[in-house]
Design a protein around this ligand. Structure first.
Ligand SMILES: [Cu+2]
Length: 409
């Protein structure tokens, strides 16, 4: 290796090491719960409180700054002999695996030389400098009291809830989930506590969750009962219409304090769905049989979100007049309703079997015309952030059938 090549290789390695160290530190140390009281006009100092959670090695807080004041100091309050005093600290140790709390009556940040008074409702940016972890930015929410603590150890009891937590910007707080949580890829590394039929209560408790997310009308009753018995803080979520998914993302953002990420994800989903609606609104309506199981034959009714998705694609569920959400039908009634197309919402293996079954019978018009298509059940059945992609896939299949189908008389 030439000296020049060696120097380059060294530089590249050093850079990689830096990037790796930074990524590790970012996961290990977090600042949350920043707040401070409003200041009266003319007062030149303000106070800030916060929490530092250090999941990594011992560190030290060595500096702080804010665009709102000339400087930011670390202070300690004490009341020797009943007289309140404060003294400045040069730095603050942050022990390994520990929490450092800046709170009224104890440590606090002192914003010295305020540029302008701190007003209720404001978000004041502050940067903390750690000896090892480097700079961390956060905000002080100005108000009369500390904000409610954000949940930091989450457990989800359904795969779509896992997807929602990631999309809302709190995926790194997941400490447990079910075996079926397989998206996004990071979710595969989250510890498992069981499946839909059995949850390991011991393991769930050992994870010390401060919030368990359960599927209101989808999780089995015994899971609801288990959470109640264990006394764990629970958030029950239900989504029935497409619009509910984006709304849920936004409310999760408020719960987690990750509004920026969650609101952006909600906005993307709404735009995705609105674009599909606009594109297919004036297309020729196709009548679709939406199959979710074969033996017995199962479909979905007018109140199920699948009917709304079909509607958005310029199609119509042939069983939309049925009130039940999911129900069994006999083959005869499918023949009687004579759909233009059949949508199979099943895995590749399931769909292959379902197709074969239709193929072995007196052909339906849709089957004879080859208007049978498969939908990825993870995209169309989960009321999560990928429901937009699922609806887009459904619309594309419907459009392909429409393009080939002769106009009916
Ligand atoms: Cu002070």
């Amino acid at each position: 290796m030439s000296p020049r090549a060696r120097r380059l290789a060294c530089a590249a390695l050093a850079l990689l090491a830096l990037v790796a160290a930074d990524a590790l530190a970012a996961g290990a140390l977090s600042v949350s719960g920043g707040w401070g009281r409003p200041t009266p006009p003319g007062v030149e100092v303000g106070v800030g409180y916060l929490l530092i959670d250090n999941g990594g090695a011992a560190d030290r807080l060595v500096g702080a700054s804010s665009p709102r004041s000339r400087r930011v100091e670390f202070h300690e309050s004490a009341t020797p002999g009943g007289i309140a005093r404060m003294r400045e600290l040069k730095d603050v140790p942050v022990p390994a695996g520990g929490r450092v709390s800046f709170a009224p009556g104890a440590w606090h940040l002192m914003l010295v030389g305020l540029v302008a008074p701190l007003l209720a409702g404001e978000q004041v940016p502050v940067t903390l400098l750690f000896e090892h972890a480097g700079p961390r930015e956060f905000v002080l929410g100005i108000g009369e009291a500390a904000p409610a603590p954000r949940p930091r150890r989450l457990v989800t009891l359904a795969p779509h809830l896992t997807e929602l937590v990631y999309a809302a910007g709190a995926g790194e707080r997941l400490v447990g989930t079910l075996n079926t949580s397989d998206y996004p890829a990071d979710a595969l590394r989250v510890p498992r506590i069981g499946d839909v039929t059995h949850i390991d209560a011991e393991r769930l408790l050992a994870l010390k969750p401060d919030l368990v997310l359960i599927w209101g009308d989808g999780s089995p009753a015994d899971q609801h009962a288990l959470l109640k018995r264990l006394g764990l803080p629970t958030l029950s979520l239900e989504q029935h219409r497409l619009a509910d998914v984006a709304d849920t993302l936004e409310s999760l953002g408020r719960v987690f304090g990750t509004e920026a990420v969650a609101n952006a994800a909600a906005g993307r989903l709404r735009a995705e769905l609105a674009a599909l609606g606009a594109r297919y609104r004036h297309e020729r309506k196709l009548r679709v049989f939406y199959q979710v199981w074969s033996t017995p034959l199962y479909t979905l009714g007018g109140r199920h979100v699948a009917s709304e998705m079909l509607e958005l694609c310029g199609a119509e569920n042939v069983f939309k007049d049925q009130d039940e959400s999911a129900f069994m039908v006999d083959g005869e009634s499918v023949y009687a309703r004579d759909p233009d197309a059949i949508a199979l919402a099943g895995t590749a293996a399931e769909a292959k079997e379902w197709r074969a079954r239709w193929g072995s019978q007196t052909p339906l018009r849709a089957v004879a015309a080859g208007a049978v298509f498969t939908l990825d059940p993870d995209l169309v059945n989960r009321m999560g952030p990928r429901i937009g992609a699922g609806t887009a896939a459904l619309c594309a299949e419907v459009a392909a059938v429409r393009a080939r189908l002769p106009v009916r008389r």
